[in-house]
Ligand binder design. Structure first.
Ligand code: ATP
Ligand code: MG
Ligand code: MG
Length: 393
């Protein structure tokens, strides 16, 4: 059988491996960690740094096509692989998605076709930029200062109210390239998964509504009406336009803010994109006829992209490391017996040995015959797992 490769060994890589294996492929994972979620389930595990030339040559030698699961994989590594093998997504688009400055420039460049803009922002790369923003852009405060590169799960971000706080925050982030974004009055957040093939074929999943806690995705609502239909249609069309404008190949997730702009359903603002399957799309494994990982495999290998059909309403609960500790901070295995007795629960664990607060250990998807039923089971599961204060709408 042919082999498919993935750069990165996290849970997204693991679920990619599962999807590839179902189609009869062998897989190769390039990942330095010996005990990674994807490395543990892959036929080949090339255990080396993402930018090791020998490792990349070995990966290219083994694989028919290569993808990535890790946002911050060096774009240069993808470039190197692309000399000899199809790589999807490509180095150029991954490079754009890795840098908020380039990402926002792209969103702005295609705003006419996508119909959405990003939050008002300014680039801060030098002390002179900082000075200029402090004096000339009071409209951006209160705001969020975000490092241009390497931020995820809300890391590399500082919320600032005043010009003085902004200067302190920039120093705290190490004086690296940043963007200052205006803090928007969010009424909701949603995301859209798009898959696009080498031939330009595009399929799109219906937008899902996301709930974040402390900057980390906690909960995804995926059913008709989770995002009001007029907004959902606009978000889906915008995500497709953004993917097309990038000549993107693979699975792309575009995150949106819904802001209160006085209109009936609120306005749509594009936040950021991830050049890979996304945590907010994990429900597709259990609730759709084809998952985001199936589409990743189809897109990279040039297979036709099936239009996924969602057959059940779904809610996904993220299982972070906290769930593995009791109220007094003692390690404790969650009560899976009780959780799995609930109807329509689908437990996914990523095979990570060490639970740490904030670490993504697994997720639980709840499907059911109707939305009321799914919400009721999700609430009960959240209680059993000690996940307080979630917004079940
Ligand atoms: P991810 O893990 O999704 O890649 P990230 O670290 O790249 O996250 P963002 O998506 O930029 O971070 O922001 C994290 C969360 O912070 C958002 O989902 C949103 O809840 C909040 N947030 C970010 N920017 C703004 C803004 N301009 N106005 C209001 N809230 C915001
Ligand atoms: Mg991000
Ligand atoms: Mg985000």
């Amino acid at each position: 059988p042919a082999t498919l490769g993935v750069l990165g060994g996290g849970q997204l890589g693991r679920m990619f491996v599962h999807a590839a294996q179902r189609l009869g492929y062998l897989t190769a994972v390039l990942e330095p960690d010996a005990q990674s979620p994807a490395g543990l389930v892959s036929h080949h595990h090339i255990q080396t740094a993402y930018d090791d030339p020998a490792g990349l040559a070995q990966l290219a030698g083994l694989c028919q096509a290569i993808t990535t699961e890790f946002e911050n994989v060096p774009a240069q590594a993808l470039q190197t692989l692309a000399h000899t093998r199809p790589v999807a997504p490509g180095a150029a688009v991954v490079g754009i998605a890795q840098n908020r400055i380039e990402e926002k420039a792209h969103f702005t460049a295609c705003a006419d076709v996508s119909g959405v803009t990003c939050a008002p922002y300014a680039v801060i790369e030098t002390p002179a930029h900082l000075q200029a923003v402090c004096t000339e852009r009071p409209d951006l405060l209160p705001g969020i200062l975000k490092t241009a590169r390497l931020g995820y799960d809300g890391k590399g971000q500082v919320r600032v109210q005043t010009a003085d706080a902004l200067a302190a925050a920039w120093a705290e982030l190490g004086g690296v390239a940043c963007v200052l974004e205006k803090m928007l009055p969010l009424t909701a957040e949603c995301s859209v998964l798009v898959a696009r093939g080498w031939d330009g074929q595009v399929v799109v999943f219906a937008p899902q509504r996301n709930v974040h806690v402390d900057g980390i995705l906690a909960l995804t609502h995926a059913y008709e009406g989770a995002v009001p239909p007029p907004l959902a249609a606009r978000a889906a069309a915008a995500a497709v336009a953004i993917a097309q404008h990038l000549d993107y190949v693979g699975v792309l997730c575009v995150e949106f803010f819904v802001v209160d702009d006085g209109s009936a359903h609120g306005g749509l603002v594009v936040n950021e994109m991830a050049p890979r399957p996304h945590n907010s799309g994990h429900y597709t494994l259990d609730a759709c006829s084809a998952s985001q990982f199936d589409l990743q495999v189809h897109a990279m290998t040039g297979l036709p992209l099936p239009q996924p059909r969602q057959h059940s309403p779904a809610i996904m609960l993220n299982l972070l490391g906290e769930v593995w500790f009791d109220a007094s901070g003692q390690p404790q295995e969650p009560d899976w017996q009780a959780v799995l007795r609930l109807p329509g629960t689908h437990l996914h664990l990523y095979g990570k040995a060490q639970a740490r607060p904030g670490r993504k250990m697994g997720h639980l998807t709840i499907t059911g015959p109707d939305v009321a039923n799914v919400k009721a089971v999700a609430r009960r599961a959240a209680e059993l797992l000690n996940l307080p204060g979630l917004d079940f709408m």
